[in-house]
Design a protein around this ligand. Structure first.
Ligand code: C2E
Ligand code: MG
Ligand code: MG
Ligand code: MG
Length: 288
């Protein structure tokens, strides 16, 4: 076995030929376990969406909520996506999981609308695998139809990488999704390689400034310059601009002054289970 591992390590290139064969084996094993557990988790109802509020930078009113996936792992407790998304993507479990996320967000949105809790859209993060589905717009249409909600109640968050993935196909797909009423956000904006001329032509609605830039406000002069430029550009293109990872009042103030429309982050509220989100909202409304 050790010989085989050594052979593989050598075969895969000199740079890899060293001490980490046991580590590799351990990781492969951990992935295998995770893969098996993931496959069961959906049927065992172990996934849950948390919701993080997004507020208007001026009025402070609720503007939306982002759905963030959590896995209530029976042994390891509450897991965030970084612990399992990669494995899910590699093993094609991401498609059923992503569809579950959309259905659950649509169901929650309907529940909040019907109970008069919050008439705001819920934002869903798309996986690249899902976005590459040839009939993705039809999948979305079906989800909306089954949940009995209009497209305007959901927002789709895509990364720059996904937008640039297929320059031929993406604009038409985005158009089709917008025709269903959904709005399109570019997540983690500023971290990718979007060509600005292309961005101007893409049918998107919102830029979400990546939290790494927001984290540098107000002290880091480079972060200030970049963040401000992104806000300016977004406004110039007629897009909504939103900031994530807002942690303190100084950051919120600056972003609002620059014209950023909405804010999301720990300062406003953490990602919360639906019931907690409702509690957070009623407290906030009582206080204002
Ligand atoms: P994202 O879409 O950029 O989501 C924002 C992340 O920042 C979330 O991490 C959120 O909990 C975290 N966050 C919010 N406010 C603050 C803050 O003030 N400070 C800091 N440091 N962090 C903050 P989370 O929930 O761990 O999600 C990580 C990423 O996983 C998300 O990044 C998104 O790309 C992905 N993800 C989450 N849910 C889903 C899903 O349902 N499907 C897919 N495909 N990806 C998902
Ligand atoms: Mg997001
Ligand atoms: Mg983000
Ligand atoms: Mg992200």
């Amino acid at each position: 076995h050790a010989d085989a591992a050594m052979y593989l390590a050598k075969a895969s290139g000199r740079a890899n030929y060293r001490f980490f064969e046991p580590e590799l084996a351990e990781r492969a094993y951990a992935d295998l376990v995770l893969e098996a557990e993931l496959a069961l988790a959906l049927t065992r109802d172990e996934f849950q969406l948390f919701y993080q509020p997004q507020i208007d930078a001026r009025s402070g009113q609720l503007r939306g909520a982002e759905a963030l996936l959590r896995w209530r792992h029976p042994q390891r407790g509450l897991l965030t996506p970084d612990a399992f998304i990669d494995v899910a993507e590699r093993h094609r479990l991401m498609l059923p999981l992503s569809e579950w996320v959309m259905r659950e967000a649509a169901r929650q949105s309907r529940d909040w609308h019907e109970r008069g809790i919050a008439a705001v859209p819920i934002a869903v993060n798309l996986s690249s695998m899902q976005f590459r589905l040839e009939d993705f717009d039809r999948v979305v249409a079906l989800v909306l139809q089954d949940a009995g909600v209009p497209g305007t109640w959901l927002e789709l968050e895509l990364t720059e990488r996904m937008l640039m993935d297929d320059i031929e196909r993406v604009p038409a797909l985005l158009q089709a999704l917008r025709a269903l009423g959904l709005s399109i956000s570019v997540d983690d904006f500023g971290t990718g390689y979007t060509s600005l001329s292309h961005l101007g032509r893409l049918p998107v609605d919102k830029l979400k400034i990546d939290q790494s830039f927001v984290a540098g406000l107000p002290g880091d002069s480079k972060a200030v310059a970049i963040t401000r430029a992104i806000v300016q550009m977004g406004l110039g293109l007629g897009l909504q601009v939103s900031a994530e990872g807002v942690r303190d009042a100084g950051q919120a103030q600056l972003l609002g002054d620059w014209g950023c429309h909405s804010l999301q982050g720990e300062l406003i509220g953490p990602p919360m289970p639906a019931a907690e989100f409702e509690h957070w909202l009623s407290q906030r409304r009582a206080a204002s």
